[in-house]
Design a protein around this ligand. Structure first.
Ligand SMILES: Cc1cc2nc3c(=O)[nH]c(=O)nc-3n(C[C@H](O)[C@H](O)[C@H](O)COP(=O)(O)O)c2cc1C
Length: 442
């Protein structure tokens, strides 16, 4: 079987880019953040670059744990399904992926919204499953503390089972619409799920026909043991933080593929899409200068507060130029375990002050280079099987996406690993995935 060509997803974390103060960069348009034209331009640029999908990140709270969250950069954004529905009408090929928290949603809601978006977009909907990470989110949904890590992943797994079951409520040909006889739907093609599990009791059926794609693709980004396991069993693509160098990337790639196989699937059923956050310059020196410019727009305080957030521990009252001597305890930590473990391993690589470590965490998110060196990096990662594609998390928008599509995409197409045209119509087509049959279909 030939390998699916390189896959790109275009992520929007903050509207001004993935970097928290990206909104201050020269090309950013912070006053346009609620403006459909701003997102239309983003979506159409990504579609011109044959991206498989857009992806809208989401969180269910305002980051006010630290003052800098409000003073310098805050996580306000449009609700993903609302925005993607609008974008479905100004695009025709690109996938539309919404983030769904399985901790603070019910599966019936999610199945219905995804099916609706899939019908409105003629087969381009997808979801990014997150289990959420913070107590702030819990407090918006009637709890004081976030669900415990293992429990929230078990709930996430059951959530997927229920959503998939609800999507199969109706066979593909259940609706007859026969005006003459008055027959609307064929009763024998309707299936009642009657799910009763540890976290959900859902009778069904779903009140919308089976999605165009059967099951809209499932993306995931949890990278802890529990997160990887769930991805191996259920995800169509996984967003990873990459494994560092090529050997690390390959090991991580193999790990996900192994988990898919262990779950009775094939390695090809799960695409591995590492994080790619490029800072693009005409020369290496120009890329370095762009990084410095971005750093100048970021107060130290913001970086230190972010580090405090990732660690679930406020470092702000310590001497920032004193040594970083934090006691890690991964087992009891209840936010993102993989992010926490990554900081633990980074801090063990040298002796850092708090301020230095905060900046090093930022620096490691980016890949700096020219269009030639960045394209060569992507080609190597794909060809050496450290990646099936990438999740482009542009540090600044809209300029980074435009530069990527204008300068890097043509190099990948010329190299023969990236399509010159979209080949199929649905997102499943772009991901090289067959359409699943309904579970009750003969
Ligand atoms: C590319 C990417 C995008 C992500 N988007 C979101 C998001 O939109 N919302 C969210 O709560 N977490 C998001 N995450 C975080 C993960 O989904 C996951 O919640 C986190 O890593 C904690 O999982 P863990 O404990 O399994 O490590 C994202 C992670 C990555 C790498």
């Amino acid at each position: 079987m030939t390998r699916t060509p390189l896959i790109f997803a275009a992520g929007v974390f903050y509207p001004g880019g993935e970097h928290i103060t990206g909104w201050r960069s020269p090309a950013a348009e912070p006053t346009a953040y609620l403006d459909i034209d701003y997102y239309t331009r983003f979506a159409q640029t990504a579609e011109a670059g044959r991206f498989a999908t857009l992806f809208l990140a989401d969180e269910l709270y305002v980051w006010d744990r630290f003052r800098s969250g409000i003073d310098h950069g805050v996580n306000v954004r449009l609700e993903p399904f609302t925005l993607l529905s609008a974008l479905s009408q100004v695009t025709s090929r690109i996938g539309l992926a919404a983030t769904v928290s399985t901790t603070y949603n019910e599966p019936y809601h999610a199945a219905r919204k995804l099916a609706s978006l899939d019908h409105l977009s003629a087969g381009r909907a997808a979801w990014n499953l997150v289990t959420s990470a913070s107590d702030e989110e819990a407090r918006n949904f009637g709890r004081e503390a976030h669900l415990e890590h293992a429990t929230r992943y078990r709930r996430g797994a059951e959530f997927v089972e229920v959503v998939n079951g609800l999507w199969d409520s109706w066979d593909d040909d259940a609706f007859v619409f026969d005006k003459r006889s008055g027959r609307f739907a064929d009763r024998s093609k309707l299936h009642v799920l009657d799910h009763r599990g540890d976290h959900f009791a859902v009778r069904g059926p779903l009140n919308i026909p089976r999605p165009v794609q059967g099951h809209p693709p499932l993306f995931q980004a949890g990278a802890s043991e529990a997160g990887r396991d769930l991805a191996g069993r259920t995800a169509d693509a996984v967003f990873t933080l990459g494994g560092g160098d090529l050997a690390g990337g390959r090991a991580q790639y193999d790990d996900y593929k192994r988990r898919a196989v262990a779950a009775g699937r094939t390695g090809d059923d799960l695409s591995v899409l590492p994080w790619f956050s490029p800072i693009i310059g005409a020369t290496a020196a120009e890329a370095e200068e762009r990084f410095r410019e971005l750093a100048r727009l970021t107060p130290d305080r913001v970086q230190v507060d972010l580090l405090s957030h990732y660690l679930g521990h406020d470092l702000g009252d310590r001497d920032l130029d004193g040594p970083f001597d934090f006691e890690f305890d991964l087992d009891s930590f209840n936010q993102s375990k993989s992010g926490y473990a990554a900081i633990q391993s980074l801090s063990a690589q040298g002796s850092f002050t708090i301020r230095e470590l905060a900046w090093e965490v930022l620096r490691r998110r980016f890949t700096l280079g020219t269009p030639d060196t960045l394209a060569a990096h992507l080609i190597e990662q794909y060809e050496q099987r450290a990646a099936d594609g990438f999740i482009l998390m542009a540090p600044t928008l809209p300029d980074t996406l435009e530069a990527f599509v204008g300068e890097i995409v043509p190099r990948l197409t010329d190299h023969g690993i990236y399509p010159a045209e979209y080949e199929g119509d649905t997102l499943r087509d772009h991901l090289g995935l067959a359409r699943p049959r309904g579970r009750y279909a003969a």
